[in-house]
Design a protein around this ligand. Structure first.
Ligand SMILES: Cc1cc2nc3c(=O)[nH]c(=O)nc-3n(C[C@H](O)[C@H](O)[C@H](O)COP(=O)(O)OP(=O)(O)OC[C@H]3O[C@@H](n4cnc5c(N)ncnc54)[C@H](O)[C@@H]3O)c2cc1C
Length: 449
């Protein structure tokens, strides 16, 4: 995997511990498929009948925006990624397609009934959108309809009809291929280093100073983009980064899996527990157990602690496999360590900047980026199309709804930034613990039938 200068941290980690992505690649064998468009030398468009949209970042948001813009023949769409398409958090997620991280009730309380309800409805549409895109573009991403909750007493509850699972990397590649087929130019290993706002147009600067002229910018490159591009640094003040890691097992024998997760060994739904320290994962097509827990702002979560959480969730895994056979669950170090972008509200940061408001951004998707990123990519595309054509109705779009979410400022510089984020995590944990204790007390006090 090629990472440029700003990604050296990640590249060091990948060398020490082969990226989790490699497991997904085993499933699809597609990592070497490069996305390169026409030679990107000095791209100053001459055909002014078409507007140029430059999308920074090939994750869920950027690729969904590209795909939805590609249907509009008045737009020329270019996606630039500093590394590989899907090489950021998007390609390394657990593949659990779910709704807003904040929770429906909390969203209503935070944003008010009117706006909150719109966001809740839109986020559910995001899940439907993922399904629709998978179907429409026949994306082979192993979509599994359903979800498993592991209760605190270990009971495994399967739910269907709502949340579902996908293999994230093939999904990303599917979006990228569909966009490319529709005429979008995708460039990998092409970091954007600068952005200049000239009012009605923008200059995007690539490494070695290559400029591209653009009418619209979609800034969807997460925290690395905010660090690399000075004009976008103000966005850092409304977001923070949390480090999360996942471990991936060696492929496990079906006989072992069936003692551990009876139904899920066959269905391979994504799963999560109900504990305060959320633990989550999924089982890939080749019986690789992908598992993560806890997040931190100050340091990478410890793979050993992650493994312990896995055993806590599935005690029989420790007994039947680990202790009895003495066999390692993970015989090669396989950890995916990533930083993901959060806001303190746990709702995404969406908006416009620049003199003409033609730099559109969507960030801070947290741990629920598959549905949200896909949805916000579409929302950004709709907004760009509305802005480009004054004759279109100026009705409120999903983009405007998310842009109306109040966001708090966070310290922009270290170490205060990480300390505040770590404090925020403690706050959410304490709030979760308090709710759990309250629930228990109510349960004990309530009269039995
Ligand atoms: C371990 C893990 C597990 C997760 N599990 C889930 C899950 O189960 N379900 C879920 O919904 N979400 C999950 N998430 C969260 C989800 O992956 C993110 O919310 C989502 O990927 C963010 O998408 P994005 O569109 O913001 O782009 P990102 O994935 O953040 O991608 C941004 C891209 O921009 C590129 N870029 C950055 N800077 C520049 C630049 N200067 N120039 C050009 N390109 C640039 C990067 O290379 C990268 O490819 C998980 C995340 C992790 C790390």
């Amino acid at each position: 995997m090629i990472f440029r200068k700003e990604n050296t941290d990640q590249s060091k980690r990948d060398k020490l511990a082969p990226s989790l992505t490699s497991h997904f690649i085993n499933v699809v064998q597609e990592m070497n498929f490069p996305f390169v468009g026409l030679p990107l030398q000095h791209y100053i468009p001459t055909d002014r009948r078409r507007k140029t949209v430059v999308i920074v970042g090939g994750g869920y948001t950027g690729l969904s925006a590209a795909l939805h813009l590609s249907a509009n023949k008045k737009m020329r769409v270019i996606v630039l990624d500093a590394g590989r398409i899907g090489g950021g958090p998007s390609g390394k997620s657990a593949g659990h397609v779910c709704v807003l991280e904040k929770g429906d009730q909390e969203t209503l309380a935070y944003c008010g009934q009117k706006l909150g309800q719109k966001l809740v409805t839109a986020s559910k549409e995001g899940m439907t959108l993922v399904r629709d895109l998978v179907r429409q573009y026949t994306i082979g991403c192993d979509l599994r309809d359903g979800y498993m909750t592991v209760k605190t007493d270990g009971t495994q509850i399967i739910e269907s009809g709502g949340q579902f699972g996908i293999a994230p990397y093939p999904y990303i590649l599917g979006l990228a291929r569909a966009a490319q087929k529709a005429g979008v130019a995708l460039y990998e290993n092409t970091p954007v280093t600068g952005l200049f706002d000239n009012g009605s147009s923008h200059l995007v600067i690539l490494e070695r100073g290559i400029p591209i002229q653009a009418d619209y910018i979609v800034a969807s490159g997460g925290h690395r983009m905010m660090e690399a591009i000075p004009l976008l640094r103000p966005l850092r003040a409304k977001t923070t980064e949390l480090r999360i890691s996942m471990i991936a097992s060696d492929p496990l024998p079906a006989s072992v899996l069936q003692t551990v997760m009876i139904q899920n060994a066959i269905t391979r739904y994504p799963f999560a527990n109900e504990a305060i320290d959320v633990a989550y994962g999924s089982l890939t097509r080749n019986n690789v157990l992908v598992f993560g827990t806890e997040a931190h702002a100050l340091y990478d979560p410890n793979p050993k602690a992650i493994r312990q959480a896995l055993f806590k969730m599935f005690p029989t895994l420790e007994e039947t496999y680990w202790k009895k056979t003495g066999q390692e669950l993970v015989t090669r170090p396989c950890v995916s360590a990533e930083k993901i972008n959060y806001t303190s509200s746990l709702l995404p940061l969406v908006g416009r900047m620049g003199e003409a408001g033609t730099i559109l951004y969507a960030a801070g998707l947290g741990g629920h980026g598959i549905a949200l990123g896909t949805l916000l990519g579409k929302a950004v595309a709709e907004k760009v199309i509305q802005l480009s054509d004054p004759s279109l109705s100026q009705r409120e779009l999903v983009f405007d709804q998310f842009a109306a979410v109040p966001q708090h400022w966070l310290p922009a510089s270290e170490p205060l930034r990480s300390l505040v984020a770590e404090g925020g995590l403690l706050y959410y944990k304490a709030a979760g613990a308090a709710t759990a204790v309250k629930g228990k007390i109510q349960q004990v006090l309530s009269p039995h039938p």
